[in-house]
Design a protein around this ligand. Sequence first.
Ligand SMILES: *[C@@H]1O[C@H](CO)[C@@H](O)[C@H](O)[C@H]1NC(C)=O
Ligand SMILES: *[C@@H]1O[C@H](CO)[C@@H](O)[C@H](O)[C@H]1NC(C)=O
Ligand SMILES: *[C@@H]1O[C@H](CO)[C@@H](O)[C@H](O)[C@H]1NC(C)=O
Ligand SMILES: *[C@@H]1O[C@H](CO)[C@@H](O)[C@H](O)[C@H]1NC(C)=O
Ligand SMILES: *[C@@H]1O[C@H](CO)[C@@H](O)[C@H](O)[C@H]1NC(C)=O
Ligand SMILES: *[C@@H]1O[C@H](CO)[C@@H](O)[C@H](O)[C@H]1NC(C)=O
Ligand SMILES: *[C@@H]1O[C@H](CO)[C@@H](O)[C@H](O)[C@H]1NC(C)=O
Ligand SMILES: *[C@@H]1O[C@H](CO)[C@@H](O)[C@H](O)[C@H]1NC(C)=O
Ligand SMILES: *[C@@H]1O[C@H](CO)[C@@H](O)[C@H](O)[C@H]1NC(C)=O
Ligand SMILES: *[C@@H]1O[C@H](CO)[C@@H](O)[C@H](O)[C@H]1NC(C)=O
Length: 467
Amino acid sequence: MRTLTLVFVLIAASAALDDTADDAPTPLYVRLNDTRVACICQQELASKNVRCACLPAEAKNSSAVGFDCKELPFKIISSLSIDCGNFTLSSEIDLHEMTFRHEHFYPPYHVELIGCRIHFDLLSFGQLIHENVSTHESVELAMFGPIKPRLAAQYTERLEYNTSSFKPSSCKLMSLVLRSCIVVYFPIYLNMKCFNLVNMQLIDTPLNVISVSNMVGAMSLQQFTVSHSNLTEAAENIYDIVLDSLNHYLDDAIANGTVPLRNETDWLVRLKKQYGRFTWQKMLFKASDESTTGGGFTFSFAKRRIRDESAESEKWELIPSQLATLNFSYNRLTKIPNLVSLLGNLRELDLSHNEISSLYDYDMCWPPSYELARCYWFRGPKDSLRKLDLSYNRIPFIGVVSPWFEVNLQYLDLSHNRIKSLNAMAFNNSLLPSSLVELNLDYNWLQSFELASLARLEKLWVRNNDL
Ligand SMILES: *[C@@H]1O[C@H](CO)[C@@H](O)[C@H](O)[C@H]1NC(C)=O
Ligand SMILES: *[C@@H]1O[C@H](CO)[C@@H](O)[C@H](O)[C@H]1NC(C)=O
Ligand SMILES: *[C@@H]1O[C@H](CO)[C@@H](O)[C@H](O)[C@H]1NC(C)=O
Ligand SMILES: *[C@@H]1O[C@H](CO)[C@@H](O)[C@H](O)[C@H]1NC(C)=O
Ligand SMILES: *[C@@H]1O[C@H](CO)[C@@H](O)[C@H](O)[C@H]1NC(C)=O
Ligand SMILES: *[C@@H]1O[C@H](CO)[C@@H](O)[C@H](O)[C@H]1NC(C)=O
Ligand SMILES: *[C@@H]1O[C@H](CO)[C@@H](O)[C@H](O)[C@H]1NC(C)=O
Ligand SMILES: *[C@@H]1O[C@H](CO)[C@@H](O)[C@H](O)[C@H]1NC(C)=O
Ligand SMILES: *[C@@H]1O[C@H](CO)[C@@H](O)[C@H](O)[C@H]1NC(C)=O
Ligand SMILES: *[C@@H]1O[C@H](CO)[C@@H](O)[C@H](O)[C@H]1NC(C)=O
C-alpha cells in the first residue's frame, strides 16, 4: 500500500496570477503526493472563511463561482471536503497533516472525507508516544458544590505533554466527518491533540468495537457519532476498569489517611472496609442513595491536562466530560451501553436502529425489593439528559422497575419496538410524570396502556399497535 500524503501546497497560486481574464474559478490545487487535486473554493460571505471541495485535477467544474486562490495563503480554509470515490489511484489520506500549521497555511476547521482510505499509523497512541505525550487513566475523588456538597469519583485521564514537541494550539480542527471511509483504528490522536475538536462523526465504518480508551478520548467532544457501523460493543468493560481504579485509589487513600472531606466520604470508606473490594457500581449507588451524608454520589469522566512548559509553570486543567450528544444509531448494540452512566453532561442519546432487547440488565439494575428497584443507566447524566431515542429496537416490555431512575426526560421515542406490556407503574416510579413532554409508542404490540400519571405530556403517538 502506498501512503500518499495530502500536502497543502498551493501549486496553482502563482499560475493563477496570469489567468486574470478567465472568469472561471481558479481552483486551489492540493497535492496528494505527486497527484494534483483541484479544490474549488468559495468564500462564505458572512464569515469570510473559505470552503473548498476537491476533485481530481482533471475534473474541471467551470460553472462554479470561484475564489481567487492567490489570497488563500493568508486565510484559513474553513472547510475541506474530499470525495475519494473520484480518485482512481488507491490513495491514503494523511489526517495528521491537518493537525499542524504549514508555512503560510493553516489546516481547515472542518474536514469531511467520503469513501477514503485513511493513513492510521499517525493517528494512534503510537504517535502520542512519539511526540512525548503521556496519558494515564486513573480515578480521583472530588467534591462538588459549596452549597450542597456532593461526592463524585471521576475517571480521569491525565494528558501530560511538552509544548516544545507537542502543539495542540496549531490544530484548528473543530469537526471531522468520515463517511464510508476505511477506519482501521479509532483516531484517538485527534482527540488528544486537537483541543478544539468538538464534533466527530464516523459513519459507515468497519469499526465494530469502541474501547474504554477511545471513549475516554471522545469525552472532550460535544457531539460524537458512530453510526451505520455494526457496533456490537461500546466500552463494555468500563465498570471493571473504573471500579478497579477506585479500589486502588481508596486502598491508598485509606492507608495514607488522605481521604478528602471526611463526612461526605464516611459511608464510602465504611463500605470499602466492610466489603474489601467494590465489585458492583450499583452497590455503590444504592449505598449512596441510602446514606444520609453521601447523597448523589456519582461516577463521571474527566480529563486532566498537564502542560509541561517549564519546571516553574506547570498547568493543570480538570475538564469534565463535554459530551452532549451521543449517537450510536444504526448499529448492533443489544443493550444500553454502561458507559452512558459516566457522561455527566449528556443531553441527547440516540440509540435508534440497534438490537436492544431489554431495558434491564443485571449489572445496571438493582431489584431487591420492587418499591426501591431502579436501573442506573443514566446515573451520570440524570440532571442533563432530555432526549432519549430507543426507536427501532427489540424492547419487549417496560416493567415496574424504572429504567430511567431520577431522569428528567422530555422526549422519549420507543416507536418500532415490540412492547407488549407497559406496567402501570412504569412511569410513576420515576420523574417522568413531571418532565415528559413527548412520548412515541408507534408501531409496538400494545393492547392497552395507562399513562394518566404523565401530567406534562403534550404529544403522544400510539398508532399501529394492537389496541
Ligand atoms: C508520499 O509522501 C510520503 C511522505 O511525504 C512518502 O513517505 C511516500 O513515500 C510518498 N509516496 C509516494 C508514492 O511518493
Ligand atoms: C460544480 O459547481 C457547482 C456550483 O458550485 C456545484 O453546484 C456542482 O455540484 C459542481 N459540480 C461538480 C461535479 O462538482
Ligand atoms: C465525484 O465527486 C462528485 C462531487 O463531489 C460527486 O458528486 C460524485 O458522486 C463523485 N464520484 C464518485 C464516483 O464518487
Ligand atoms: C521538552 O522537550 C524538549 C525538546 O524535545 C526537551 O529538551 C526538554 O527537556 C523537554 N522537557 C521536559 C520537561 O521533558
Ligand atoms: C522527545 O523527548 C526526547 C528527550 O527529551 C527528545 O530527544 C525528542 O526529540 C523528543 N521528541 C520529539 C518528537 O520532540
Ligand atoms: C454490517 O454488516 C452487514 C451484514 O453483515 C454488512 O453487509 C455491512 O457491510 C456491514 N457494515 C459495515 C459498515 O461494515
Ligand atoms: C499514598 O501515598 C503514596 C506514597 O506516598 C503515593 O504514591 C500515593 O499517590 C498516595 N495515594 C493517595 C490516594 O493519596
Ligand atoms: C462533620 O460531622 C460532625 C459531626 O457529625 C460535625 O460536627 C461537623 O461539623 C461536620 N463537618 C463538616 C465539614 O460538615
Ligand atoms: C444520528 O446519526 C444518524 C445517522 O448518521 C442520523 O440520521 C441521526 O439524525 C443522528 N441523530 C441525532 C440525534 O443527531
Ligand atoms: C400512577 O400515577 C397516577 C397519577 O398520579 C395515578 O392515578 C395512578 O393510580 C398511579 N398508578 C399506580 C399503579 O399507582
